[in-house]
Ligand binder design. Structure first.
Ligand SMILES: [Ca+2]
Ligand SMILES: [Ca+2]
Ligand SMILES: [Ca+2]
Length: 248
């Protein structure tokens, strides 16, 4: 991806770092973020983020957070994320003190959480145009053909391959989610192996980033409420003095 898109990736790093967290730049970060967003939106296709949303333990989850990142209306190949660009951008994204990684989908429950959370944001791959959205996940068999491994080192047991996939067609070593309703292939939410890209902008190529934690609570910024509390405190002091004078 071109430098402008790398700038977009850095915007996320700023955006999801709370004040007082690792970057520790406070309002300067906020201001820089605002300016950076304005610059990026003029220079390249915008990026759409959905989430982060938590898969809560109370709901059978792991308390991790997940965020979908998609290019909006890519105009050139460079607006789409390759698998490597997605991997790097995910790792550079920080949420509440936790660095992200390209999502690992290690159970049916996790896959279902992702599907129910994000599928409405992912365009169906249809027929006959074969367009639609593609979403990278952190799974690859680049090291040894057919030996799929998660980026995090988690064991590979659960899978959700589409019909006839993975087929390693032309040496495909990187995995994405799609919603496939294409001719006889009506798998819907499923996985496909693919080359790393980036691919033509006739489709959108994005990714899901997962934050495992541990999470730190963001340092609260001075809020309007805090300012009002301060002012009302001053008011009480003034009122107290007035009452004392009256009493005398
Ligand atoms: Ca995971
Ligand atoms: Ca392969
Ligand atoms: Ca394939």
């Amino acid at each position: 991806m071109m430098p402008v898109s790398e700038a977009a990736a850095s915007v996320y790093r700023l955006d999801f770092s709370q004040q007082g967290e690792p970057m520790g730049m406070g309002r300067v970060v906020t201001l820089t973020l605002t300016l950076a967003v304005a610059f990026v939106s003029q220079a390249a296709a915008a990026i759409i983020t959905t989430g982060p949303y938590q898969w809560q333990v109370a709901g059978g989850g792991n308390d991790h957070y997940y965020m979908l990142v998609m290019p909006d209306s890519p105009q050139t190949t460079d607006d789409n994320f390759s698998w490597f660009e997605a991997r790097n951008a995910a790792a550079a994204t920080i949420y509440n003190g936790s660095a992200g990684h390209l999502v690992t989908v290690t159970s049916f429950g996790e896959d279902e959480f992702l599907r129910t959370t994000f599928e409405n944001e992912i365009e169906i791959r249809n027929y006959p145009t074969s367009t639609g959205d593609f979403v990278w996940i952190g799974l690859t068999d680049q090291t040894a053909e057919g030996n799929y491994q998660w980026l995090t080192g988690e064991s590979f047991s659960y899978s959700n391959w589409a019909s006839t996939e993975p087929n390693n067609l032309g040496n495909e070593d990187f995995v994405h989610i799609w919603r496939r309703y294409e001719g006889t292939n009506q798998d819907g939410w499923s996985w496909n192996d693919k080359q790393a890209g980036p691919f033509l902008p006739d489709s959108r190529w994005g990714y899901i980033v997962e934050f495992d934690g541990p999470f730190v609570a963001p340092v609260p910024e001075p809020t309007t409420l805090a300012i009002w509390s301060l002012l009302s405190g001053i008011g009480l002091v003034v009122g107290h003095r007035k009452r004392r004078r009256k009493a005398v």
